[in-house]
Write a protein that binds this ligand. Structure first.
Ligand code: SF4
Ligand code: SF4
Length: 251
């Protein structure tokens, strides 16, 4: 008799009856999102309010579906828009095409373009689906602008570009937890999202709530050591102890 016999299946069912529910009444209730969620883009600004985009068009060049349209222009000497020689004069993203691969985020030399966590947006016409620079650039407090057809909730506007901050630059894992990031308007230098390393700061990156919720549904041996209680520890020991077979039972 193996673990997955009839009674073994029932045992599994009853074990899950006492566990917290993982489903909720979406979209009335949204689950906290991962720090590296790829959602709607934002164009970031430096702490002094200047735009980070220098109109270099690298993001447009790397985009696999050609959904970014950028045009750069020389900065006006008397009121420059960005610290560079040029700035992004036109910037558009066509969300009917975007596959949220984040290659544009990785290609950008100034961390101007990043993605927020918000993916709950839909359109009734093509014009709304093409986001312009005026819609993408963060507001004077550094937050993404909230368009009428977007469903923003608490926290979703705060941690833009978490995925990039996990391993920047260029996805090198040795940069996990290392800040390689210029300060953002309204936020200063944001915490590095440290991926799977022990340097992970769940509190600073807003992922603590999510990780605590998930760990309750993991197998005992998969829960990180610092999150194991006495009961979980006992379960782990029991699961690792070979089961004594009743006499006569075949392996
Ligand atoms: S996320 Fe990918 S598909 Fe979307 S705009 Fe960026 S590069 Fe293009
Ligand atoms: S968002 Fe970045 S890569 Fe794209 S044009 Fe601006 S500076 Fe260049």
């Amino acid at each position: 008799m193996g673990d997955l016999d009839f009674f073994g299946g029932l045992r599994l069912t009853f074990a899950h009856l006492t566990r917290p529910r993982v489903t909720n009444s979406y979209p009335a209730v949204k689950r906290p999102k991962q720090p590296r969620q790829h959602g709607r883009h934002v164009l970031n600004r430096y702490e002094d309010g200047m735009e980070k985009c220098i109109g270099c068009e690298l993001c447009a060049g790397v985009c696999p579906v050609n959904c970014i349209h950028v045009r750069g222009l020389d900065n006006p000497p008397d009121h420059p828009v960005s610290p560079g020689e040029r700035y992004g004069y036109v910037y558009e993203i066509n969300y009917l095409r975007c596959i949220h691969c984040d290659l544009c985020v990785e290609a950008c030399p100034t961390q101007a373009i990043t993605e927020s966590k918000m993916f709950e947006f839909s359109f009734t016409n093509r014009a709304d689906a093409i986001y312009t620079k005026a819609e993408l650039v963060v507001d004077d407090d550094g937050f993404p602008q909230r368009l009428p057809w977007e469903d923003w909730r608490e926290g979703e506007a705060e941690m833009t570009g978490g995925w990039m901050r996990a391993t920047s630059p260029a996805g090198d894992a040795s940069f996990e937890g290392v800040v390689q990031w210029s300060a953002d308007l309204g936020f200063g230098v944001r915490a590095a999202e440290a991926g799977q390393s022990e340097h992970r700061d769940d509190q600073a990156t807003g992922s603590k709530q999510l990780r605590s919720s998930f760990s309750r549904h993991l197998q005992p041996e998969d829960v990180p050591l610092d999150q194991r209680g006495l009961a979980a520890l006992l379960r782990t020991v029991r699961s690792k102890t070979p089961r004594r077979r009743p006499q006569g039972e075949r392996a």
